[in-house]
Design a protein around this ligand. Structure first.
Ligand code: 5RP
Length: 222
């Protein structure tokens, strides 16, 4: 099976997973990326069954609106029952690296505001140890050089992601060679650097459910 077919399978499994939560006034959280896009497309046929969605990026908001699914501001939506999103890496503790699509900050905010986080991923994202995927860090533009020097002190090789401005108007530093054997501590340490908005380690708020697509089908891990 191709990677796209595995993503499609997990997207459809995620729709089945959220269906029991859909009621007339339900607003769900939806993430960003190619797997989240497939989820949005598969969910669209049930748009009459729920109220709408909060999106973690402008791109996902546009896709939802194109399907006729109302998009809400998180501030007026309260606590969401569920957030569905992909990942760049995920481990057995359901901790993740995210932000390959530069949406990490809004993803973290929507995930924090949701009771349940369902991660949807194909098997290429499954790792024993996080960190082979370069860790994205969202940074206030004027702090770029300072934050890069601080990240070097923590052991990383940061690279400026050229030509990318986040939905929040910031820049991304992709960090290579981080030692990620203690994701919780590193998540906090990076966030403590002045000028960092947030980083792509999702350890403090891991997923609650992982739908992992492999050749043998979609596994559900909790
Ligand atoms: C975007 C993300 C995505 O969830 C992550 O990059 C996975 O993307 P895809 O589903 O395209 O593989 O964190 O910021």
């Amino acid at each position: 099976m191709s990677q796209d077919a595995l993503k499609q399978a997990v997207a459809e499994a995620a729709v089945r997973e959220v269906q029991p939560l859909l009621e007339g006034d339900t607003i769900i959280g939806i993430g960003t990326g190619s797997t989240a896009n497939l989820f949005i497309d598969a969910l669209a046929q049930y748009k009459q069954d729920f109220d709408g969605a909060v999106a973690s990026s402008e791109a996902s908001a546009e896709r939802l609106k194109a399907h006729g699914i109302p998009v809400y501001d998180l501030n007026g939506a309260g606590t969401l029952p569920v957030y569905i999103d992909g990942a760049d890496e995920v481990n057995a503790h359901l901790q993740m690296i995210k932000g390959g699509g530069a949406a990490l900050t809004r993803e973290k905010i929507v995930a924090a505001s949701s009771r349940k986080f369902i991660c949807i991923a194909d098997q290429s994202k499954w790792v024993n140890l996080l960190g082979e995927f370069p860790l994205p860090v969202e940074v206030i533009p004027m702090a770029r050089s300072y934050v890069a020097r601080e990240l070097v002190k923590l052991g990383a090789d940061p690279m400026y992601r050229e030509g990318v401005t986040t939905d929040n108007g910031n820049i991304i530093l992709d960090c290579y060679n981080f030692m990620l054997d203690d994701p919780l501590t590193l998540e906090q340490r990076i966030n403590d650097i002045t000028g960092v908005v947030t980083n792509g380690i999702f350890a403090r708020r891991p997923a609650d459910v992982l739908l992992l697509g492999s050749e043998s089908g979609v596994q559900r891990l909790t």
